[in-house]
Design a protein around this ligand. Structure first.
Ligand SMILES: *Cc1c(COP(=O)(O)O)cnc(C)c1O
Length: 388
């Protein structure tokens, strides 16, 4: 063999005796076939076959299978972000003339997707009160094809009666989707409550280290998996096995990370209720959070993201008080090992249940730092708020 050929033909080495606990990272654009007939018939390999790197490698299939099992679904597809998981689901389901219902507290870029991208293409939307429950039936008309849910919702954390919404939609032949990013499959399983599409921003608790972007869509119905595959194929969307390898590592510790930071968050949420500058704490585990009784009924635990509502007289001190924090980093994309805090302005995004703009809103995500030191940091924030 010529040296130049040697350079492109790595020698086959023995795998005998090699057994690792890590999932190998298989990278590929090209998939190689045994013979021309196999290549010519590659489209017959079906939903799970390997045909082209964009459509999956054993690495991506492993995470998909793991999420499918956790959700009690049939199949999962991976996409490049949580936002992509919502967008791909809507693009796979909705056609011009159709309508999608979205909760008023939906992740803000989803509202923009509906208003700025889907609406000009003839797909309409309507925001609904996240606490509507079975009352969603009154908003479903003959054009409604999808009811979106997000529970608890972004920033204000209202918990939705997802089972009641899914029942009402199903009775009218309407599909439902649930953005389950706050709870993840360990704390809530949307498919078991009648939802058709369970989506997650794996960027958050599965990744768990603020260093990757990935999303997933899990379904029970293979016809929906086929529709998703169709959309992904023509849009040219796939995920990097390297991102997936990070997620496969992150998911191994998700249970202990979430249990720890969920416990600390709940303790902090209770203590923060007593701070003079705090009007209410919005954590689903507290009775002051709208939908708390549904959280108690449907969820098996609490995660570490919650918000505090600041009384109007302290609102203008929020920015300088945030400047006093030393451990909490200011930023979005929660669910990592570092605790995060961020001021939120939801006024423009609440069209059904108006938000009292006089109050301040601050969102926290508790990480894995020593809880005593974290509380000292929060105490500095509270002292600065109240010093004004
Ligand atoms: C972060 C988040 C998303 C988007 O996830 P990305 O991976 O950052 O695109 C979607 N939904 C919810 C509820 C989120 O918190």
């Amino acid at each position: 063999m010529h040296d130049l050929t040697r350079c492109v033909q790595p020698p086959a080495v023995s795998h005998d005796g090699f057994s690792s606990l890590a999932v190998p990272t298989y990278r590929a654009s090209t998939i190689v076939y045994d013979d021309p007939l196999a290549f010519a018939q590659r489209s017959e390999r079906g939903l799970d076959g390997y045909t082209y790197g964009l459509h999956g490698t054993p690495t991506t299939r492993t995470l998909e299978a793991q999420l499918t099992a956790l959700h009690g679904g049939e199949r999962t597809v991976l996409v490049p972000s949580g936002q992509a998981a919502v967008a791909i689901t809507m693009l796979a389901v909705l056609k011009p003339g159709d309508k999608v219902l979205i909760p008023d507290n939906v992740y803000p870029p989803v509202r923009s997707l509906c208003a700025d991208y889907l609406a000009p293409r003839g797909i309409s939307h309507e925001a609904y009160d996240p606490l509507i429950g079975a009352g969603i039936a009154d908003l479903i008309d003959s054009n409604t094809k999808l009811v979106w849910t997000e529970s608890p919702g972004s920033a204000t954390l209202e918990v939705q009666d997802v089972p009641a919404i899914a029942r009402a939609a199903r009775a009218r032949g309407v599909l439902t989707g649930c953005d389950n990013t706050w709870a993840g499959p360990l704390l809530f399983k949307p498919l078991a409550h009648g939802v058709d599409f369970a989506i997650e921003a794996l960027t958050k608790y599965v990744g768990g280290h603020s260093d990757l972007l990935l999303g997933s869509i899990t379904v029970r119905d293979l016809a929906l998996r086929k529709a998703l595959k169709g959309a992904l194929g023509v849009l040219g969307i796939g995920v990097s096995p390297d991102e997936v390898a990070l997620a496969l590592r992150g998911i191994e510790t998700m249970g202990v990370r979430m249990a720890h930071s969920g416990r600390v968050a709940r303790d902090f949420a209770e203590r923060l209720q007593r701070a003079p500058a705090v009007a209410r704490v919005l954590h689903p585990a507290l009775p002051s959070c709208p939908g708390h009784e549904i959280w108690t009924r449907d969820f098996s635990g609490a995660s570490a993201v919650f918000s505090i509502v600041i009384r109007p007289e302290f609102k203008e001190r929020i920015y300088p008080a945030l400047g006093q924090l030393r451990l909490f980093a200011i930023g979005a994309s929660w669910g990592g090992t570092h605790s995060l805090i961020a001021p939120m302005d939801v006024t423009a995004d609440r069209t059904v249940r108006p938000w009292n703009a006089a109050e301040g809103l601050v969102r926290l995500s508790i990480g894995l730092e020593e809880p005593g030191e974290l509380w000292e940091d929060l105490s500095r924030f509270l002292a600065a708020l109240q010093a004004g």
